[in-house]
Design a protein. Structure first.
Length: 363
């Protein structure tokens, strides 16, 4: 049987992220011409074709009734309370690429609006003209729920699918994301299997839902494996305010790395809440002459390829399959629009995949 060529196949052939392929094929000006050419050549060599727009015949049955639940529906992706730098993270881009690929199969185009300031709603964003909405919001505590945003109240009346988690206090809509508790459990098992007995969890974002779930899984499994676990969870000076930014700099984790290194006995391994945090930890350790992998082991999660590709040694992490999260979100939206009766909110998760690097040493 001939293997189906997908956007991920092209990404592997071109040695780049899925999000980069999607943006290059859309002629995104943010992608260099050299990269676009390399990706186009890879796509052509693989005979890759983007999903076609269904014809009228495809979308109707023999009686002329619609088979395509999403046909002619007005759907939009809205980011709320997030800095644009966070929405450009590779893992978010890959999710949007998954959405785009799935929507194109229904003859729809990806439409997206950024609302970083919840007090300034774009004039063109009218919830009365929408049939459904995909939402990405800050997962840091109840920031979004306590914002008293008018647009958020209007979205409660629409079929909603949250991407990467439903923020605390936003008690409506379905959510699609990674199994973050499992990410934490798998990280603890990997460190235990490599002989680490004194380990740490590091996060500069207290009460951030994704990181909390990973911490929960990590602590529980680490204790089951008999590990001594220490938590280093403290925001940087100044804390976090909306629009939320990603924790990508050394400064966001410097105080936590200092605390880890000052601990006696000092942990031999760190589970970083996400790849962005791990990148900052690499920088902070390097500045102190500490070698990752041999003197301090690091494991993380997300597989944010563009962030971690330059790290040495290569980061051991978990691929949360962001592209598949986007595709699953579209299927869930289709289910919401097809089902007329009110159903309990669903929370769907995708199992992560282990990505082996050299950042965890054997003791």
């Amino acid at each position: 049987m001939k293997e189906t060529v997908t956007i991920r196949t092209v990404a592997e052939a071109a040695n780049c992220a899925v999000s980069t392929v999607s943006r290059a094929l859309r002629d995104d000006p943010a992608i260099s011409e050299a990269s676009k050419q390399r990706i186009r050549e890879a796509a052509e060599a693989l005979n890759y074709r983007r999903l076609r727009r269904p014809s009228v015949k495809d979308s109707t049955n023999g009686n002329g009734h619609s088979r395509n639940t999403l046909a002619d529906k007005r759907l939009i992706v809205v980011t709320m309370g997030l800095d644009r730098s966070l929405t450009s993270l590779p893992v978010v881009n890959a999710t949007l690429c998954g959405l785009e690929d799935a929507l194109s199969g229904f003859g729809l185009r990806l439409q997206m609006t950024h609302v970083p300031d919840l007090e300034e709603i774009p004039d063109h964003l009218d919830s009365n003209e929408l049939d459904g909405v995909f939402l990405i919001g800050p997962l840091q505590g109840r920031m979004l729920a306590d914002s008293n945003c008018r647009l958020l109240r209007e979205f409660r009346e629409l079929p909603t699918v949250w991407l990467h988690g439903r923020p605390d206090g936003c008690d409506w809509g379905d959510s699609v994301g990674a199994d973050d508790v499992l990410v934490g459990k798998m990280a603890a098992d990997f460190l235990a299997d490599h002989g680490h007995q004194c380990v740490a969890f590091v996060s500069p974002k207290p009460y951030q839902l994704l990181m909390l779930n990973r911490e929960t899984g990590f602590l529980a499994q680490a204790h089951r494996r008999g590990l001594h676990v220490q938590r280093f969870v403290e925001p940087p000076t100044g804390g976090w305010t909306m629009p939320i930014k990603p924790p990508l700099t050394i400064e966001t984790v410097q105080h936590l790395v200092d605390a880890v290194l000052a601990t006696n006995p000092r942990p031999t391994a760190v589970f970083a809440a996400c790849d962005g945090v791990a990148t900052g930890i690499y920088g902070a350790l390097t500045a102190r002459g500490i070698q990752v992998g041999s003197e301090m082991s690091i494991i993380a999660g997300n597989n944010d390829w563009a962030l971690i590709s330059g790290l040495h040694p290569a980061l051991t992490t978990f691929d949360i399959q962001a592209h598949e999260i986007g595709q699953l979100a579209v299927r869930q939206m289709e289910s919401l629009l097809r089902t007329k009766e009110q159903l309990p909110n669903a929370c769907l998760s995708i199992e992560p995949r282990f990505v082996r690097g050299e950042s965890v040493g054997h003791l």
